[in-house]
Design a protein around this ligand. Structure first.
Ligand SMILES: [Fe+2]
Ligand SMILES: [Fe+2]
Length: 534
């Protein structure tokens, strides 16, 4: 069914683009009769349809929905219209220049360098990603080759500048990304213009100046066009660009402000996860901004009952002591549901909302599950009668690399806080153990993380955590005295059991002392919960 839908999408996309190109450009061709027109439409239709099929087969991330195909078609239509209008303006200006003696050497082709062919590539890269940008670049080149067969340099110019636009925007992830991408387009266009001057051996200074200035202007026009049109596409298509995510990453969002007041421990945990996730995503080619913003919002549901999560208890009694394990698990599980509700209420982008349930996947709340089994055993009941579903998160498992990274960062950050003396070796051991454990649990089965990615992620997490917790130890006040033996027991427990269900084997798990922060003497139960990320 899906296959058929994609085939139909491909046919409509290729046919519409081919007909538009013929409609706008048939006047510019040598043979403008019906038969030659039908031939050109057929060539472009077949080329674009095969291109669409090829992209489906080659790129796992190219799975366009109908609105995506509509957006791609619309932008290619915009490119065709821009080229048509640009050519008419170029011909008119060249005619006008013929009347002025010192501009007589100007040709219409020299004006083409100022046409912002690459703007479509920038827009598609921003809203739909690199694969759609590549498709735009190749489709535009095919159309130019068919309708302007005598100008191979123009076809290559369109291809190179469009690809450069896509590449540049994928590399720059800041508010000035469009400007930097536009400058890169100008740079490539300038090099093409210079090469064309050398190839043509054109002696007219005005013509040379026109090509070079035109090349710079095309990059500037691309920046303006992309910066102006992308927000409209974003609004109409419900797309989320990196620029929009960057706005959310400024911490000015009302939800984040509320989180910092009502659940400061969770806020701190989310910030550290943001740093871990960003560096890991950068290293494996995932989207670092999406991961960072996802980390900021992943536990917003905790702010409805912040004191049931140990990172927010700040020395107060553990509220779970008075509850049954099933009630505790219910409250802990509910932070996912409440997070999704808050995300919808505040209209967070779908990509961020999806990370809220996915950061726990289908994992089990081992601490309370084991507690329930223990209590059942003590009451003379069968421990297997405890329903594991009551202690498991609803899922789904992480579906993207970014969500997979968040799942790993969540457990590792919470566990790392309980390391009594977070040396580089201990952090490294903990990170590796935790990643192995999550991988073996099968929670990462549905995202695209490879073993190589996991290796890179482990390195980045270790570096980031060592930078945060190692320093905190270095600048801490004289630590509370705990015996060497006790510390060893705690560290061993963390490394052996890894995460969630770790019970500090008889020793009080200590978190690094931060300046001005008082450390409780012995809180094994609280520290256990920290390892659960609760
Ligand atoms: Fe969570
Ligand atoms: Fe978390």
């Amino acid at each position: 069914m899906m296959e058929r839908l994609r085939a139909v999408q491909g046919i409509l996309f290729a046919l519409f683009c081919a007909l538009c190109a013929e409609l706008f450009f048939f006047n510019f061709t040598v043979s403008s009769d019906y038969w030659s027109g039908a031939g050109r439409v057929a060539i472009i239709f077949l080329s674009l349809f095969i291109l669409h099929r090829f992209a489906l087969a080659a790129f796992s991330s190219y799975r366009p929905e109908p609105k995506d195909v509509f957006c791609l078609t619309l932008i290619i239509f915009g490119g065709i219209f821009t080229a048509w209008a640009g050519r008419i303006v170029a011909l008119s200006l060249a005619d006008y220049a013929m009347k002025i003696p010192y501009l007589r050497g100007l040709s219409a082709g020299s004006f083409y360098f100022a046409i912002p062919f690459a703007a479509g590539g920038l827009m598609l890269q921003a809203v739909l990603g690199l694969q759609h940008g590549l498709l735009y670049a190749l489709a535009s080149t095919i159309i130019v080759v068919v309708y302007f067969p005598s100008e191979p340099l123009l076809a290559l110019y369109v291809l190179a500048t469009s690809l450069m636009a896509c590449l540049s925007l994928s590399r720059f992830r800041s508010r000035s990304a469009y400007i930097k991408a536009g400058l890169n387009v100008s740079f490539i266009a300038f090099a093409f213009a210079l090469a064309s001057v050398v190839i043509d051996g054109n002696p007219y200074v005005a013509d040379i100046a026109l090509r070079l200035v035109g090349a710079v202007v095309s990059g500037v026009l691309c920046t303006f066009a992309a910066a102006g049109v992308t927000p409209i596409l974003e609004y109409l298509g419900g797309y989320v660009t990196d620029m929009r995510l960057l706005e959310m990453a400024t911490l000015d969002h009302p939800l984040l402000k509320e989180l910092s007041i009502r659940a400061p421990g969770t806020w701190n945990h989310s910030m550290v996860m943001g740093m871990m996730g960003e560096s890991a995503s950068e290293a494996i080619g995932a989207n670092p901004i999406s991961t960072r913003v996802g980390a900021y919002f992943h536990d917003i549901g905790k702010m409805t009952k912040p004191l049931y999560f140990v990172e927010n208890q700040a020395g107060e009694d553990n509220r779970h002591d008075k509850l049954s394990p099933s009630m505790s698990a219910l409250i802990i599980r509910s932070h996912v549901k409440e997070g999704i509700e808050l995300a919808r209420e505040h209209k967070l982008p779908r990509v961020i909302e999806d990370m809220i349930p996915q950061h726990h996947g289908l994992s089990r709340i081992e601490y309370f599950y084991e507690k329930a089994r223990r209590e059942a055993e003590e009451a003379g009941e069968d421990p297997d009668s405890v329903d594991p579903n009551l202690y498991s998160y609803p899922g789904p498992k992480p579906q993207t690399k970014e969500a997979g990274i968040l799942m790993l960062a969540d457990g590792i950050e919470a566990s790392c806080r309980t390391l009594s003396e977070p040396t580089l070796d201990r952090i490294q051991g903990l990170v590796q153990k935790m990643i192995n454990k999550v991988f073996a649990s099968g929670e990462l089965d549905e995202c695209d993380l490879t073993l190589k990615d996991l290796h890179q992620i482990a390195k980045c997490f270790t570096r980031t955590l060592a930078g945060i917790y190692h320093q905190r130890i270095a600048y801490a006040e004289p630590a509370e005295k705990i015996s060497e033996k006790e510390e060893e027991v705690v560290a061993e427990a963390a490394l052996e059991d890894g995460a969630a269900e770790t019970v500090a084997a008889g020793g009080a798990a200590k978190k690094p002392k931060v300046e001005g922060e008082e450390r409780p003497a012995k809180e094994p139960r609280k520290e256990d919960l920290k390892r659960l990320g609760m």
